[in-house]
Design a protein around this ligand. Structure first.
Ligand code: ZN
Length: 717
């Protein structure tokens, strides 16, 4: 019944505006009533009506909004005057407002509160979305106008922001096949449609596998687990109708601490196998075939454009420029990481032997014995550290950092004044500390829940641009901290605290934007992680430590010795961390530089890793069948190396702060940080922006020092 209404509304949306007989007027009323299509109202130049959204409104709203955007584009192309920046690029940049708003709701349903019902809507919409986007990227009339503006600008250059916009737009269209002939364009569009269905399938398979493999522990299987973990596991089990048991869910935030602490080796193996087999279980959710199809289609698509492989096509407008540069960096770091793994395994094996464990270190032992080595060598107890990392204090630490560097002030919004999609979401108002000028809002969705994707991420509901009225930015951070039992503090690990700062760095990047056109908000994949990675460094600055890293019960500041140990331990386990990351990043690049006809994912993964000399004790951070960065969309495909690329910049920039007269709070350098590295977003070429900040290009040396690896001699100048 419900489905029928959605369907007729959908058809209506596609033909909206053409006719009006009584049936359709009725439908029109329903569309008008759709809250997802309404202007955002209320304070702060309007905010999303998260409290009123419903799954059944998503499809009609999306169809209507896509249609509206296409009609806006038609208006541009129907203009009889010859194309200029003003009559083509400006209205193009200004279009799609309704869709952006609807897509905000779509994003919340997809990432924060997904459900089988919504996944059905997603499946239905995915071909529609792809068709819509092809209608823009393959719009010949539109591209001809863009090309005219671009070509004219090559003769008579435009002012810098306008020139950058037209360069980026033209390049994007060209990369998406705008210069293709009609036949190739049709094939191109068809490939994209198939790909988008495969991406959705890939991520839904992973999500299903996360939900389907929960390990329930009994009372006698809790040995070694921290009390906080046990409590959270008990409440998750209870929520799942398994009262009296303890749930280890098939997500990183549950798996990782379990493998670190559980004394039950067989259970560790089971949890490890569940997690690293996601999408690789030879069942209906198996992703190996999906990967094969994706790789073939990607390859065919870039071949139409004249590229040898997907990586070559993808990296042309990245900071790395080509796969060779990205590989060169990874290969410079890889041997040092492997050498370190050998040392780490030796240390762990020695602990196991001394304990009389009579085992050989296996992948499910790595975190467990690493923790023992950490305690022994660095005398660092992660649980003890956690007592000083309370979520509320950490949130205040973020605000302090933003205040010092960006001059931002954060205040909670008046209770109930800004709608949220879940009671756990909190909202703050962000203003300039001196002028009081409103910058935007910051939404924080802290806790893991059923239907929320794992990990942590940042997003915007509304980005800044002068063209669109310089409205307040609506930025959000999303984490998967385990919700504590009522009245308990949320204590997080050092790693999770760093991630919390990292994602906040993305939010600050959104909030600090000072650009003229929406396109200048776009990210350069191997560059946008840099700003957020850099922000992580403020967690261990003295000011943050002394003010915010306080014991959750006693309020005592984290002791100096403990901080010294944390800093000393920073290079600990870098063999593991660097290797598991690089294995994924290298695989990503190999997948996209190898003839896809020669790829059977399961076999290819194994053979490639063997060739690289992957240690037996470590598995890729994201194995292929659940490597969502690369296969549930295109954002990170041949882009996973970008974290390392960005890390080179991070270490190098961080040394600049460490060496500045005012250290990490040096006012001069902070000003440059905001001015060149945050505010321009993509309005400035990243390499140029970095040079303006640092006075030179980044070097790899600081990164190697940060990881405790020897600095390669040829890298020293
Ligand atoms: Zn990030």
């Amino acid at each position: 019944m419900k489905k029928g209404i959605i369907k007729s509304l959908g058809i209506f949306a596609l033909v909206a505006g053409f006719q009006a007989h009584s049936q359709e007027q009725n439908e029109e009323k329903k569309t008008m009533d759709n809250i997802l299509l309404a202007e955002w109202s209320g304070p702060y130049a309007g905010v999303p009506a998260f409290d009123e959204m419903k799954v059944e409104l998503v499809k009609p709203a999306m169809l209507k909004a896509m249609d509206t955007h296409l009609a806006e584009i038609d208006k541009i192309t129907e203009n009889p005057e010859s194309a200029t920046f003003e009559n083509t690029i400006v209205p193009f940049e200004d279009s799609g407002d309704l869709l952006n708003r609807v897509f905000t709701y779509y994003g919340i349903f997809s990432s924060n509160i997904s459900s089988p019902e919504f996944r059905e809507v997603q499946r239905e919409l995915s071909p529609e979305i792809s068709e819509y986007s092809s209608k823009i990227s393959q719009n010949t009339a539109l591209f001809e106008r863009i090309k005219t503006v671009y070509e004219n600008s090559q003769e008579n250059p435009l002012p810098a922001p306008e020139q950058r916009v037209i360069d980026l737009i033209y390049e994007e269209f060209a990369m998406e096949g705008a210069n293709l002939n009609k036949e190739d364009k049709e094939r191109y569009a068809k490939i994209n449609k198939e790909l988008s269905e495969l991406y959705t399938k890939f991520s839904n398979n992973v999500l299903a596998e996360e939900e389907n493999y929960i390990v329930y522990l009994t009372e006698d299987q809790l040995s070694g687990l921290p009390e906080s973990y046990v409590k959270a596991a008990a409440s998750t089990a209870e929520a799942n109708g398994e009262s009296g048991k303890y749930a280890v869910t098939n997500t990183r935030s549950s798996m990782d601490p379990f493998l670190t602490y559980s004394d039950e080796r067989e259970l560790r193996e089971k949890v490890w196998r569940n997690y690293y087999s996601r999408g690789d279980n030879n069942d209906e959710f198996d992703n190996n075939d999906v990967i094969k199809k994706i790789l073939k289609l990607r390859d065919e698509r870039v071949e139409l454009l004249g590229y040898d492989n997907f990586a070559q096509w993808r990296l042309q407008n990245r900071m790395a420029k080509n796969p060779e540069n990205a590989m060169e960096l990874m290969e410079a770091v890889w041997p040092a990481a492997l050498a370190r793994v050998e040392e780490e395994v030796e240390d762990m094996q020695a602990v196991a032997d001394r304990e009389g464990a009579d085992i050989t270190i296996e992948p499910w032992d790595y975190r467990y014995y690493a923790e023992k080595v950490r305690k022994e060598k660095y005398d660092l107890d992660s649980e003890e550290v956690k007592q000083y990392l309370e979520l509320g204090n950490l949130t205040q630490a973020l605000f302090f950092t933003a205040g010092e560097l960006f001059n931002f002030d954060f205040k909670p919004v008046k209770e109930g004044s800004v709608p949220v999609f879940h009671e756990d979401v909190n909202v703050w108002e962000v203003t300039d500390k001196d002028s009081g000028e409103l910058i935007g809002l910051w939404y924080l969705d802290s806790f893991a829940r059923q239907g929320k994707r794992s990990g942590a991420w940042a997003t915007t509901y509304r980005s800044y641009s002068e063209l669109e009225g310089a409205k307040p930015v609506l930025a959000s951070n999303n984490s998967n901290f385990i919700k504590p039992a009522p009245g308990e503090s949320v204590l997080v690990s050092w790693d999770d605290a760093e991630t919390f700062f990292h994602e906040f760095g993305h939010a600050l990047h959104f909030l600090a934007a000072d650009i003229k056109y929406p396109t200048l908000n776009s990210g350069v994949r191997d560059y946008t992680e840099f700003q957020s990675q850099l922000l992580e460094r403020w967690l261990s600055t003295d000011k943050v430590i002394n003010r915010y890293l306080k014991h959750h019960e006693t309020g005592e500041v984290i002791p100096d010795e403990l901080v010294a140990k944390i800093k000393k331990a920073a290079t600990f386990n870098q063999g593991f961390a660097t290797t598991e990351f690089l294995a994924s990043a290298l695989m990503d690049m190999k997948y996209h530089t190898t003839d896809p006809d020669k790829i059977e994912p399961r076999k290819f993964e194994k053979e490639t890793l063997d060739e690289l000399g992957m240690p037996d004790e470590i598995v890729m951070r994201h194995r292929s069948p659940h490597f969502g960065h690369v296969f549930s969309g295109e954002g990170y495909a041949t882009g996973y190396y970008g974290y390392l690329w960005a890390d080179v910049l991070t270490s190098d920039a961080s040394e600049a702060f460490a060496e500045a007269p005012g250290g990490f709070y040096d006012a001069n350098l902070a000003e440059k940080l905001v001015k060149y590295l945050f505010a321009p977003r993509n309005a400035m070429d990243p390499a140029e922006a970095y040079r303006k900040f640092r006075g030179r290009d980044a070097k790899i040396d600081a990164l190697m020092r940060d990881r405790g690896f020897p600095v390669p001699e040829d890298a020293e100048e």
